[in-house]
Write a new protein. Structure first.
Length: 360
């Protein structure tokens, strides 16, 4: 699946020089005129209440079922609840929830560290860098932390088993999502231990408290074997949910390289992002992240306003002849798999070096 090279995007000299886009400012005025960037705490109080209800329902089922293999259904439910709670720390981290920083931070640390075992401090820093330079080989940490490659030049840095994964990455990328939650737990511990978080005591306390409560409940209610299986299923479900949320957002869209930024803000975000066609179900499952173009253009926009922002952005991009990519649910994952397959084709053919030289 070929995408237009970023150098062909028709970036103005002014945009290259200033890094700011006059065309984006015009779209921003339209968005602000409708109040789409205004915060609405009542909406998020409703979402927090819903998420808490879903989580408590799962806990009620867990303690009611007792030592039964039906608990694996509860494990799947709790994994999905963890994914839903991630939308809360995500929006809190983007300051889309509350003007009060303490309230936003409380939501973020609770839902990231305590509910999911993820470092909120690490995630905010990591995610902000991703937003600034999406799909940039050197500047987007979301690309750097993956075993899969998104440009053949990355293959040289892969070793051992990683190269096997790259060879069949169009399939194994999705299989390895089952480990994503465990990977984020490990990253949380390392980030705190290496001093890469602002509140290490708070984060450590929440992680330890979560682990103590979680493991105590699981091993007290379930037999040892079932307890282990429950943990594996719950964490695998959460990992796959995490992965299915982020995979279609940028994978297979324009990949950029080089030390200098050549795209203005609007093109940088629109050309590298993919929307999934909305519906009530899709909006709920993705927590608004299916409006990835609009989320990247307006990261502090409350989730409930993204649908209207999509209408304005689509119309504006059509006016300015800026490519706007939106597909259905299944098509998004087909595009991701096709792209991963295409990128790794030189590895399967055995002509990586020749392909890299030709690209250079």
């Amino acid at each position: 699946m070929q995408r237009p090279h970023v150098q062909e995007a028709g970036v103005s000299v002014a945009a290259q020089r200033t890094g700011a886009s006059a065309t984006f400012n015009e779209l921003l005025k339209r968005v602000k005129a409708e109040g789409l960037l205004d915060l609405d705490p009542r909406y998020y109080i409703g979402r927090l209440t819903l998420n808490t209800t879903l989580l408590l329902a799962g806990l009620a089922v867990f303690f009611t079922l007792g030592d039964s293999w039906w608990q694996l259904l509860a494990a799947v439910w709790m994994g999905l609840c963890g994914g839903q709670s991630s939308f809360m720390w995500h929006d809190a981290g983007h300051k889309a929830m509350f003007r009060n920083k303490r309230a936003a931070s409380a939501v973020g640390y609770f839902h990231a560290n305590f509910v999911n075992g993820v470092s909120f401090g690490w995630w905010v820093n990591h995610h902000n860098r991703h937003h600034s330079n999406p799909n940039h080989l050197d500047m987007d940490p979301d690309i750097g932390r993956r075993t899969a490659i998104f440009d053949i030049k990355q293959y040289a840095t892969r070793r051992g088993m990683q190269r096997f994964v790259v060879r069949y990455q169009s399939v194994l990328f999705f299989v390895l999502l089952t480990l994503e939650s465990f990977k984020m737990h490990k990253t949380a511990v390392l980030s705190i231990a290496q001093g890469r978080t602002k509140r290490p005591v708070l984060e450590s306390t929440l992680l330890l408290l979560r682990a103590a409560i979680y493991l105590t409940c699981v091993f007290m209610v379930l037999s040892p074997v079932l307890a282990v299986v429950f943990i594996l299923v719950q964490q695998a479900t959460l990992g796959v949910y995490f992965g299915l949320l982020f995979a279609p957002n940028h994978k297979g869209m324009d990949v950029r390289d080089g030390e200098e930024e050549t795209l203005d803000w609007l093109e940088r975000q629109v050309l590298t992002s993919r929307n999934i066609r909305p519906s009530r179900l899709i909006d709920f499952l993705y927590g608004g992240l299916n409006y990835q173009v609009e989320h990247h253009l307006f990261p502090a926009m409350p989730q409930k306003n993204l649908a209207r922002a999509r209408e304005l952005t689509r119309a504006y991009c059509a006016e300015r002849s800026v490519p706007y990519h939106e597909v259905g649910f299944w098509a998004s994952y087909r595009e991701v798999a096709s792209y991963l397959h295409e990128v790794s084709a030189p590895v399967r053919r055995g002509d990586v070096d020749a392909h890299i030289q030709q690209a250079a």
